[in-house]
Structures are given as C-alpha cells and as structure tokens.
Design a protein around this ligand. Structure first.
Ligand code: ARG
Length: 582
C-alpha cells in the first residue's frame, strides 16, 4: 500500500464532505478516531447524494444513541457552501444533498483543467518490474497479466506525479542456454531464425530436449556449453547474445502492438557481475551462512516472520539463483536511482519467493524503501483449468492478439459495413486489443478468471467496446453542436437527477485514481469508468442535449465534455486507446 504522501490529494465533493465531517467529529468527540470513509454514496438516491453512517457505527463505543451522536456532530458541522441542510434519518443516518450550484461550479472548474482537477502527489521514484518474460521462450497468454497490469500501474503512477522507471527484468540467463547453444550449432535453420525466430527457437529447444533423453554424451555436451557460457567464453557468449537479440525483437513486436513501453531492460544477466559480492556481503554481515556447501539465508530470528522457508542464494556447485539476482537488483535500483518504492508484478505463485527476498533485503538494511509484490491470479479456460488452445497448447500471445483483432474485425464489418476497409481495420485493432486488456484489468487482481472472447468483446456491460463506443457517442454530440468543445465550460444548471448523478460520478475520478494507486488495483478504475459510462447512458436517454434550449444545451454540453474527457483520461491510464469516431 502506498503511503498517504504517495497518492494525490483528492478534492471530489465526497472527499470535501468527508473532511468537513472529520473536523466535526473531532470537535464533538475529541478522543475519537473514526476509521475509513465517513461519507459514502447514498444507498438510495431518493435520500440524497451521500450519507454518513458513522453515528451508528460508533454508538456502542460512545455508549450513546446514534441519533444523539449525529445531532452532536451536526452542531459542529459546517457544510452550508456544499450542501442543503443535513438530515438525520431513521436510526441515525445523516443524509446529504449537494447544492446544485456547488456541483455545477465543481464541473465548470474542472472541465478545462488538463488534469481534470486531480492534483499531483509529491514525486517519489518508483521502479516497476513487469512483464519480465523468460527470453528464448514464446510469450504466452499468462504474460498478458503482468504486461497489462504493470503498464496500467506505471501509467497511473506517472500521472499521479511519480518518477516511474519501467524495468523489464527478462529471464535471460539460465540453464536453458546450454541447450540452446547446442541447438544453435546442431539443429537451427538460420533462415527460419531470421523469419520466425521464436517458433524456430522453440523447435530447436524441443529437438535438443529429445536428444538429451536418448544420448548421455549429448547431454554432457549441453552441460559443457553451459559451463563455458557461465565462464564467459567468447564463442558461447556470442551465440547467447544472438539468441537474446532475437527474442528481444520478438517481444518488442508484442509490446509495440500492445502500446507497452519500458525505460530499461535490465534482464537477469545484467546482474551477473554483482552476484558474488552480494553473497559475500550477506555472509559477512551474518545474514547468510554456509549450509552443506551452499549459502543460505535463514529466517530464524525473532524479527523474522514465522514459517518463512530459507532462501538459497548460492548452490554448492557455486551457481547463483533467481533470488540472488533479485537481491542484486534491489541494491542496484536503490543505489542507482535512489528508488523509494520497488513494485513487482508477477503471478501469485511467486509470493513466497518475494517474501523471502524482501525479508532478506530488510535484514540487509533496505528498510527505508517500500517493496511491493503485486501478484495476480491465473487465466483459465471454461473448464476452470489453465487456459489452453483447442489443441491443448498454452496459447501463444502473438496468436492471441491476432485473434482478438480478427474477431473484432468481423464484428466491425457486420455492424459498420459503410466504413472504409482501412478504418474498419483500425477500429478492429483498437477495439480488439482494448478488449483483451480491459477484460484483464477489470478483474479483481488476485482472483483467477475465465478467458472469454464473447464476454470481452460484448458491446454491453463492463467491456472495452462498451466504453469505447460510449466515448464515440459523446464525441459525436460534441462534434455536432457547432461549438468548439474546448471552449465549453458552463455555466451549468443540474436540475435533472440524471444530470446530478452523472456529474457526481464523473467528479470522483481523483478518488478512483487514488485508490487504484494505493492498492495497485486497476479494476477500481474500470469500475469507476463503467459507472460514469452507465450514468451517461441514463442521462442521454432522459435529457436531450442538442435539442435543448440554449442555456440547458450549454450546460449539458459542458457535462458531456467532462464525461468525454474523463473516459478518455481514465482509459488512457489503463493503456486503452479511444477513437473519436468508429
Ligand atoms: N522471469 C520471471 C518469470 O517469468 C519473472 C520475473 C519477475 N521479476 C523479478 N524481479 N523477479 O516468472
């Protein structure tokens, strides 16, 4: 969780009321420290916009009747500029109805602001380690999650005001390179490598594995090549470099299609020269010790969490491990960039690994930095097992992106036959890739989810196509109005309940960003955007915009502008493109 100073200070109407209530509670009950949000959305819109339920929550602690508590707080509460006179209802709820003028003024103030009224937080330096696939292996469907969640968090935290370093910690070092070097020599078709590198690498790797099982001498050759590579032999190093370059070109292609960028690609091999020193240093400080020839960090002091398994940092044959590299990377990131916060986006199976690494880092002295493992669940097929193709393979990410675009194209062709083929292609790309990303981001991060083309491409519901079309609809109103949308800034009159609900929803952008940043949960942002888009639908059904009288028309157009900008900004923080027309 980010500390308070790491997220933007939010000034939505709800938050402003919340702060007033906090002050009133403090004045009425000085010893009390109420927890959580004091003001929440009204459960029934007929009772107002917001409500405060704290009087009920605190009744037992204060040994007093909720209605009396509420009355005492209201005596201290000054909200006349924000809302109508608060009402105590039922057993002790306080109902709050915003003044239409206040809501109108809030919309007018924010609609033209480049940041839509969301103030930046004091800048800190964050490193986000995401995607990080194993080089020389095709990326598969599972890599979507780390790539897409990591990218959304990087974008959001940048918008929040932090200096974000996006680091692709490629698995570019490991025993598979022994096999690949022999494969390169014996089996590789270098034409195929140039044309379809990853398919060819995969084929070669399989061929080596098969041969190894039958031929012990061959297996020994593989081992020797690995030893040579690890010892820095020039020939083996040159082959390894070529393999890495090919696999990097392959993943760059995927990132380009997904619109994902990294600031640095410090793969595991980047840290090789630092590993020996890390181990020696941990040994010298008594954090690691020798155990049967290996070097191990034991978590057996009173300050260590219980039941944490020891972390092996050097094997008895002298080889270093995944965790050793992660420790070197922590040192590097803090020494080089002065990072305040290190975030790692991987699947849930690595939870123990990061607990061990983080605890070691704390013992090592990295106590001022926050270390966060942002983990996610698996993608499953309809059978609730890890998602597989009909042939039973793990779906290749590139093929999956192609399929997303093809499926979207079929829909666009059917629904929009009048569009030019080029535009249909473009729409299909934006909608298809957006659908895959949005579907992933809209899931509760730590849950598993079932991959479904039909659900992610649905035109209705909490999907990318729905959000993207909502944006297009609003845009088309703004295009038809004959006024430059950039000049629309009120004045507003928000008399219809649908206008009020829409304005209120859109003004909570900052709250959604704050919570997304603080909990590393992009689905907070998708839920917010879906709420705004749904409220827009209701508004649009009830409230004519272009046909309204001059004053109402200006007001509603301004509201439309706020909504369009909110959707566009929100989707962009998730890495999802919009088109003005489609
Ligand atoms: N390469 C690893 C994998 O594919 C993920 C690396 C995550 N980052 C890290 N610093 N350990 O599982």
């Amino acid at each position: 969780m980010l500390a308070d100073w790491q997220v933007p200070s939010v000034n939505s109407p709800r938050k402003q009321l919340d702060e007033r209530f906090a002050r009133a509670f403090a004045a009425a009950f000085p010893d009390l420290e109420p927890e959580g949000d004091l003001v929440v959305a009204a459960s029934n819109p007929q009772h107002g916009d917001y409500q405060c339920n704290q009087a009920l929550a605190l009744a037992r602690q204060l040994k007093s009747r909720p209605r009396d508590i509420a009355a005492k707080v209201l005596k201290q509460l000054d909200v006349t500029d924000l809302c109508e006179a608060p009402e105590i209802a039922g057993p002790g709820f306080v109902n709050l109805t915003l003044r239409p003028g206040f809501l109108a003024q809030q919309v007018a103030e924010r609609v033209g602001d480049p940041r839509l009224g969301v103030d930046p937080a004091p800048a800190r330096t964050l490193v986000i380690d995401y995607s990080s696939p194993n080089a020389a292996k095709p990326m598969h469907v599972g890599h979507i999650r780390s790539t897409v969640i990591g990218d959304a968090l990087a974008r959001t935290l940048r918008f929040v005001g932090h200096q974000v370093i996006a680091d692709n910690h490629l698995g570019d070092w490991g025993t598979q390179f022994g096999q690949l070097i022999v494969g390169w020599r014996d089996f590789a078709d270098h034409d195929a490598l140039a044309k379809r590198p990853m398919e060819e690498i995969k084929r070669v790797y399989q061929a080596v594995k098969e041969r190894e099982e039958q031929d012990p001498a061959f297996k020994e050759r593989v081992r020797q090549e690995l030893v040579a590579l690890q010892g820095g032999a020039p020939e083996q190093t040159a082959i390894w470099e070529e393999l890495i370059a090919l696999s990097r070109r392959y993943s760059e292609n995927i990132y380009q299609r997904l619109g994902v960028q990294f600031d640095v690609w410090h793969g595991e091999s980047f840290y090789n020269s630092m590993l020996a020193e890390v181990v020696t240093d941990l040994e010298n400080r008594g954090i690691a010790r020798e155990d049967q020839g290996a070097v191990v960090v034991f978590f057996d002091t009173p300050t260590d969490p219980p039941n944490l398994k020891p972390l092996l940092i050097r094997k008895s044959d002298g080889a270093y491990l995944y965790g050793t590299t992660d420790l070197a990377a922590i040192k590097y990131r803090v020494d080089t960039w002065n990072a305040d916060l290190l975030v790692y986006v991987t699947d849930g199976r690595q939870q123990d690994h990061f607990k061990q690494v983080f605890q070691t880092a704390r013992k090592w002295g990295y106590t001022q930095q926050s270390l966060e493992h942002v983990w996610f669940g698996t993608i499953q097929g309809e059978d609730r097992k890890p998602y597989k193709t009909r042939e039973g393979d793990t779906p290749d990410l590139l093929a999956l992106l192609d399929e997303a675009e093809e499926r979207a194209l079929a829909i666009v062709r059917e629904k929009q036959p009048h569009l030019s083929p080029e535009l249909q292609q473009r729409v299909a790309r934006v909608v298809g890739l957006g659908a895959v990303k949005y579907f992933d981001l809209s899931q509760a991060r730590t849950s598993d989810y079932v991959f479904s083309w039909d659900k992610m491409l649905a035109m209705n519901g909490n999907t990318a196509p729905y959000m993207q079309y909502a944006f297009v609809r609003i845009n088309s109103i703004l295009e038809k109005c004959g006024i430059d949308p950039a000049t629309l800034c009120g004045p507003l009159t928000l008399d219809d309940p649908a206008e009020r609900s829409l304005a209120r929803a859109a003004l909570e952008l900052g709250d959604a960003i704050e919570e997304t940043a603080a909990t590393y949960r992009p689905n907070v942002l998708t839920t917010f955007l879906y709420e705004v888009a749904s409220q827009f639908s209701t508004f649009y059904e009830r409230c004519p915009v272009l046909a309204a009288d001059e004053a109402v028309r200006t007001s509603r157009l301004t509201l439309c502008r706020l909504v369009a900008r909110t959707l566009e900004l929100g989707l962009s923080l998730l890495g999802i493109e919009t088109l003005p027309r489609m």
